[in-house]
Ligand binder design. Structure first.
Ligand code: ADP
Ligand code: 5GP
Length: 181
């Protein structure tokens, strides 16, 4: 049986970076979400996300194709149920890099899920990392920082909280949680 692993945390906490490093292990695979937000300059559809229109997303909700979904900063994000079910039939870990509302839905539907909340070392570092990523500007950056405060209130609902200070330490801590180290 495969195991689901949720990685949540405020925007800029390092989720994508950490998941990419975890995925180097052949036992770890990441779910590809569906979203209505526009691709960033370095994102391709089918890799970072499946990018769809709002109408397509709503159709996926209606036809039960999503295991969970949520709205975040004005866009929809959801986890395709088909790939998730397939992952559960195989050995290994299936990473869900999702925000807190979706995470709560998965925890309820799949109580065996391992949930990890990634924390930035402090708020100043979070702001700096988000700005340095150069993909979120002005209003969007401010909105994401504002939402971060709300997201942090949910950290105690997770099995583990990991502070992402040194990247290598973060990855090895999570690998230990998964018994991969
Ligand atoms: P998220 O997916 O949570 O929004 P990212 O993985 O995009 O966050 O990381 C945000 C920025 O912070 C990126 O520029 C990334 O390279 C950087 N970053 C991530 N983890 C660390 C770390 N431990 N130390 C320094 N910079 C980091
Ligand atoms: P971003 O726009 O930075 O890629 O993602 C914004 C937020 O949406 C992040 O917290 C990310 O983890 C979350 N997210 C990505 N995919 C999904 C998903 O399928 N479902 C939910 N609920 N959140 C997601």
């Amino acid at each position: 049986m495969g195991k689901l692993v949720i990685i949540s945390g405020p925007s800029g906490s390092g989720k994508t970076t950490v998941c990419k490093l975890l995925e180097k292990d052949p036992h770890v695979k990441k779910s590809i979400s569906v979203t209505t937000r526009l691709p960033r300059y370095n994102e391709k559809t089918g890799e970072a996300y499946h990018f769809v229109s709002t109408r397509e997303f709503e159709e996926m909700i209606r036809s039960g194709e999503l295991a969970e979904y949520a709205e975040y900063c004005g866009y929809f994000y959801g986890t395709p149920v088909k790939a998730l079910k397939e992952a559960l039939m195989k050995e290994g870990f299936f990473l869900l890099e999702i925000e807190v509302q979706g995470a709560l839905q998965i925890m309820e539907k799949f109580p065996e899920t391992i949930s990890i909340f990634l924390l930035p070392p402090d708020k100043k570092t979070l702001g700096r990392r988000l700005a340095q990523r150069k993909t979120n500007k002005g209003q969007d950056l401010e909105l994401r920082l504002k939402v971060a405060d709300k997201e942090l209130e949910y950290k105690d609902r997770y099995n583990h909280c990991v502070v992402n200070d040194d990247l290598a330490v973060t990855v090895s801590t999570i690998r230990k949680i998964l018994n991969l180290a």
